[in-house]
Design a protein around this ligand. Structure first.
Ligand code: C2E
Ligand code: MG
Ligand code: MG
Length: 560
């Protein structure tokens, strides 16, 4: 402050007080610095005011913004007096419901004058204001580092701590983890939303208790957490996470629920690494863990990143490739086992990409992830219809072509209409198209599937259950659904054990009694064919007869 003529006219005490405010107002609002500076400033003012000792007690309770609270008593100024004379005490209630107490002690055993009381009150009030500013600004800082729901560090703080470990050259001592609680939705169903938050905070506390002092646990948001764990502690940490439980209050009392997590782990193997790259690697591993059924831990490897990059590329390239006609239907003949004649075909997608022919295994799973598969299915349907239309135009009797339809279509209310529209466009009768779907374990999906398949049949399509016997619901499906064909999964035929043979024989018999035709997939040997024929299987498809063929090759075989 510019101390001009007016300042000179003030009393000594007023000048002291203004100097005090001046000093305090110019320091960064950090509690420790404020206290230090206050001590210094008080040592200038107190002698002037006849004050021998100033003590401060701060009781700031722990809260979400300030997990450890801030409490304690400290001496701000003392001129060495031991005797305590007439304390002058000022109490303040702080914003977070705590208390700030400032106590002044006179230098001598005289009572204070009104004027002195006034100055002490002013100093105490200023202290309260400066400390308030410091507390609020440190809470703000904290709120930028701390997750509000749990009091754990947040992701920004996690990355900062990681950067620090990299800087210190010790990052290779650590493994980074990314974990997601497996059944947290279940908790939210069990209790209301607010108690869900409490359970989350209970989980966070228990997980935090597993950490050593030089390790870090942070919450990303939702039920996702990240950690930095010393490599020697890693296995123990993961084992403990596996069996972590929380107590949930429900109507009937308290229930202990175990909340295992799916964890992606990256054992940091480079000194020079960017925190962002560590984050990326653990998310990749976690994503793979999430997709792999039943797996609870996945350790990151370089190939995983390449795989993920490849998947990204596939989904980025897909739309353009589809428009450019890079996807082609290949047709694998189906054979009537009673006479060995070709009796239809299955359309299987092939991606002709830069002179390479990619099999569905290289792109179907990725397209299945976001539903892009639906567009591919319709493309196959169109190509098949176009082919059938040319046969009809040439006066040939068409073969039934089956199309694989992803379960994603079941979510589309308009699905059957869309299929019919394509057929109308090409003037193809639905009797020449068979729709293949795979089994499902999801009950709702299963109900929709029954409806969709029934409607398709009513419209004149043939319907088939693909990969029959590879899932869990096969028999239930037969019981509830009217389908025309079941396609026995390759696995059945490959495993030619006594038990397997009994099952195949009886499945075929049962299907026949239910009026369903049976096709065996993946038939590769004469022995398999003979066994199937003897068992009464209607049709077969497999390398023994033909690979999936280009359209021209299929037509050559079909009509010669
Ligand atoms: P899928 O529908 O069960 O098709 C049969 C798969 O078995 C085909 O694999 C076929 O080439 C293969 N296969 C046929 N005969 C034999 C054999 O004798 N031995 C062996 N080991 N394999 C044989 P592909 O073409 O690689 O297709 C794999 C899967 O990809 C298909 O299984 C199907 O689920 C899916 N897929 C293919 N095209 C499409 C499509 O356009 N849409 C949808 N949604 N899925 C498709
Ligand atoms: Mg199929
Ligand atoms: Mg199949």
């Amino acid at each position: 402050m510019e101390k001009g003529k007016y300042f000179e006219q003030l009393s000594r005490k007023e000048q002291c007080f203004l100097n005090f405010i001046d000093r305090m107002g110019n320091i960064p609002p950090r509690i420790e610095v404020v206290l230090e500076q206050t001590s210094e400033a008080l040592s200038l003012v107190c002698p002037e005011l006849g004050i021998g000792k100033v003590e401060l007690t701060l009781d700031s309770p722990a809260n979400k913004l300030y997990p450890n609270g801030l409490s304690g008593r400290r001496m701000l100024f003392s001129n060495g007096i031991v005797d305590v004379f007439h304390p002058y005490v000022q109490r303040f209630v702080t914003e977070e419901g705590g208390e700030l107490i400032v106590e002044f002690y006179k230098k001598e055993a005289t009572t204070t004058s009104e004027e002195e009381d006034f100055w002490m009150a002013m100093i105490a009030r200023m202290l309260y204001l400066f400390l308030g500013r410091a507390r609020i600004s440190s809470m703000l800082r904290m709120s930028m580092e701390v997750d509000q729901g749990t009091g754990l560090p947040n992701v920004a703080e996690y990355l900062r701590r990681m950067a620090e470990l990299i800087e210190r050259g010790v990052i290779m001592d650590y493994a980074a983890c990314f974990f997601n609680i497996r059944n947290f939705q279940y908790i939210n169903k069990l209790v209301n939303y607010q108690s869900g938050d409490e359970v989350m905070s209970q989980y966070a506390n228990k997980a935090a208790a597993l950490m050593k002092s030089d390790e870090v646990l942070a919450r990303l948001g939702g039920d996702n957490y990240v950690a930095l764990v010393k490599k020697p502690n890693l296995e123990a940490f993961l084992d403990a996470l596996d069996v972590l439980t929380v107590d949930v209050a429900v109507h009937s009392g308290v229930r202990t629920v175990s909340l295992p997590a799916r964890v992606g782990i990256y054992e940091i193997d480079r000194q020079q690494i960017h925190p962002g790259e560590v984050m990326l690697n653990i998310s990749v591993a976690q994503q793979i863990c999430r997709e792999g059924k039943g797996r609870t831990r996945v350790y990151y490897s370089q190939e995983m990143s390449q795989e993920v990059l490849y998947e990204k590329k596939v989904s980025l390239d897909f739309n353009k490739a589809l428009e450019e006609g890079q996807f082609r239907a290949y047709y694998q003949p189906k054979v009537d086992l009673s006479n060995g004649r070709l009796c239809g075909a299955e359309a299987l997608a092939r991606w002709e990409r830069k002179g390479e022919v990619l099999l569905p295994g290289r792109f179907v799973p990725m397209l299945e992830k976001d539903g892009a598969i639906c567009r591919l299915d319709f493309e196959m349907l169109r190509q098949a219809c176009e082919m059938i239309a040319t046969w009809i135009a040439k006066g040939l009797t068409p073969f039934v072509i089956s199309i694989n339809m992803s379960r994603w279509h079941l979510r589309e209310a308009n699905f059957v209409n869309e299929v019919c529209k394509v057929l109308e466009e090409y003037h193809v009768d639905p009797k020449w198209i068979e729709i293949e779907v795979t089994e499902t374990v999801d009950y709702e999906e299963y109900q929709t599937m029954i409806n969709v398949l029934t409607t398709l049949q009513e419209k004149g399509f043939s319907t088939a259950i693909d990969d029959f016997g590879s899932g869990y619901s096969s028999l239930t499906m037969l019981h509830k659904m009217d389908v025309d064909v079941i396609k026995l999964d390759q696995g059945f035929i490959w495993e030619q054990t006594d038990k397997g043979n009994i099952m195949v024989r009886n499945l075929i018999r049962m299907a026949k009694e239910l009026g369903i035709k049976v096709l065996a997939e993946g038939v590769e040997t004469v022995e398999q064919r003979d066994f199937l024929t003897e068992s009464g299987c209607d049709m077969a498809q497999g390398f023994l007869y033909a690979m999936p063929l280009k359209k021209e090759e299929f037509e050559r075989r079909a009509f010669s």
